[in-house]
Design a protein around this ligand. Structure first.
Ligand SMILES: [Zn+2]
Length: 125
């Protein structure tokens, strides 16, 4: 995913999860867009999120046809609803798949891959 400020969603070395925000109607926007989908303001801002949220929905991936994911199963693919109100697709780490629950509080974590830094979430203390 390439963002309209030229940053990449999986940019190596990222430490902050920024989400578009519309100052005109005061709503967060995800996925990134050229203009606000609510009021059509053309210049959404970028705001750093709290990195906290809850699991809105999830599924357990037990089998993958993609070679790069075959050694990761089983894992949790989830929609996390951030404190800011937007929902993003992600993975849940540091939590056995049978412990994951809808409504579980989670916090931002990062996975370092060879060329990317990927935003994921783990159970919040
Ligand atoms: Zn707006």
């Amino acid at each position: 995913m390439t963002l309209d400020n030229g940053e990449k969603w999986f940019k190596k070395g990222r430490t902050a999860l920024k989400i578009q925000y519309c100052p005109a109607c005061e709503k967060y926007i995800f996925f990134p867009r050229e203009m606000c989908p609510y009021c059509l303001e053309v210049k959404p801002e970028w705001k750093e999120t709290t990195g906290r949220g809850i699991i809105y929905s999830y599924t357990t991936v037990r089998r993958s046809s993609l070679s790069e994911f075959q050694d990761r199963v089983p894992y949790t693919y989830a929609m996390v609803e951030l404190h800011e109100g937007i929902r993003i697709p992600t993975n849940i780490i540091n939590c056995p798949v049978d412990r994951v629950r809808i409504g579980m509080p989670v916090e931002l974590a990062w996975i370092e891959e060879s060329k990317e830094t990927i935003p994921v979430f783990r159970p919040a203390p």
